[in-house]
Design a protein around this ligand. Structure first.
Ligand code: C2E
Ligand code: CA
Ligand code: CA
Ligand code: CA
Length: 275
């Protein structure tokens, strides 16, 4: 029994070493990705539920390695956050997104995801201000998406930063609403311009009255607070018509459009209504 314990421990340590080495390798690759231009942006359309009019585009980061491998942001963003690389990467996303959108023929809004680390570690209002000036993007075209994780650590400091950002003229959306532990108190802490209902509720919608009750409750909440609600992850016409019946403001999801490296002409083409 003693021998096997020792073997187990050795195996465990080896596995740990392996994990640490893998992380280090991936962090190194992330650094190279930034230096060597391996990142790109995808855009996913958002539209009015009532009219089908395009209301904006969410910017989603893409990493394709030189060997052709596609790494999901769900996998590399956490590592970028731990290593601090999210700061230069996030700045790159913001600058690139604003620059691209500033050149579009149709002046749609763009929504950029912000990591809680960015809110905590840089003078974000100054950076955003600088990038807006640099790219010439109208502040009203920029929306910043934050999750409640950003609020939890230091609510007072975070709301102060968010207020400074709003003073620039940009708007603030609460992302992944309903997935955390303190969604409601987060809503109370800051006047968000939009609530993005997490897509998990949409996928559960076909599962029965429970999930539809939650969606309806969030929509009622948004209505009574006068905050528009965008439903994420809309994949079927049934989901869309449910949202329309319930008075949801906006929708985003594969049904409306997949994220894509959209170009100027495509945007122009889409400067019509979706339904
Ligand atoms: P998110 O902010 O919740 O972004 C929405 C995710 O849902 C995207 O995944 C999008 O491709 C996916 N999605 C959109 N419509 C549908 C649908 O109808 N069905 C399903 N099943 N999925 C849908 P993606 O692009 O893989 O991004 C994952 C997460 O990575 C994002 O979740 C966000 O948290 C993070 N992320 C992406 N880009 C950035 C970025 O530039 N900065 C930061 N900090 N995080 C980012
Ligand atoms: Ca988002
Ligand atoms: Ca989301
Ligand atoms: Ca999410």
């Amino acid at each position: 029994a003693k021998a096997s314990l020792t073997t187990d421990v050795c195996f465990y340590e080896e596995a740990m070493d392996e994990a640490v080495r893998n992380r280090r390798r991936m962090v190194q690759q992330l650094r190279e990705a930034l230096d060597q231009d391996q990142f790109s942006l995808n855009w996913q359309v958002q539209a009015s539920v009532e009219t089908g009019e395009i209301t904006g585009y969410e910017v989603l980061l893409r990493w394709i390695r030189p060997d052709g491998a596609f790494i999901s942001p769900a996998d590399f963003i956490p590592l970028a956050e731990e290593s601090g690389l999210i700061l230069p990467i996030g700045e790159w996303v913001l600058r690139k997104a604003c620059a691209e959108a500033a050149g579009w023929a149709a002046p749609h809004k763009i929504a950029v995801n912000l990591s809680p680390v960015q809110l905590g570690h840089v003078d974000l209002p100054r950076l955003v201000h600088q990038i807006l000036l640099e790219t010439g993007l109208a502040p009203t075209r920029l929306e910043l998406e934050i999750t409640e994780t950003a609020m939890i650590s230091d609510m007072e400091r975070t709301t102060h930063i968010l207020r400074q950002l709003k003073a620039l003229g940009v708007s603030i959306a609460m992302d992944d609403f309903g997935t955390g532990y303190s969604s409601l108190s987060t809503l109370r802490a800051f006047p968000f311009d939009k609530i993005k209902l997490d897509r998990s509720f949409m996928s559960e919608l076909d599962g029965g009255p429970q999930s539809s009750a939650i969606i309806r409750a969030v929509l009622a909440l948004g209505e009574s607070l006068a905050i528009p609600v965008l439903a994420e992850g809309v994949e079927t016409l049934e989901q869309l018509s449910f949202l329309r019946d319930q008075g949801c403001t906006e929708a985003q999801g594969y049904l409306l459009g997949r994220p894509k490296p959209v170009a100027d002409d495509l945007i122009q083409l889409e400067a019509r209504t979706l339904w």
